[in-house]
Design a protein around this ligand. Sequence first.
Ligand SMILES: [Zn+2]
Length: 124
Amino acid sequence: MTVTFDLNRLIATRLTEIAEAAWRDHRIMPIGDSDGRVLQIGTAATRERWVCGADHGTGVCGEPLLTHRQTAELLGLLNEDEPVLDPELPVTDVELLDEGLGGFFPGSLIHFSDVGREYRKAQG
Ligand SMILES: [Zn+2]
């Protein structure tokens, strides 16, 4: 008997599990590769990969959520550890697939409006 180790299927299964847990626990959802909105700050742009469906007290949020790496890219920061120091909306911890490193790693998602606020703060 031959056992085929299908990495792509393994990854797809894990992504589905993460997506289900993220929706169940946090009301956030991943966006398909080509479906995300293009998010622009200044001259930098990135594509939406997660969306928030939580209610922070004013109805369903609907904002894009950005990883630390996306946030650092948009803000032009070299250090992506704490790209937004004082977010107004909740930051959500979630496992993210890092295709560069080839695995799943804990990450955080930041609301796009908080990234924009941080950008305007930096502009003075
Ligand atoms: Zn939200």
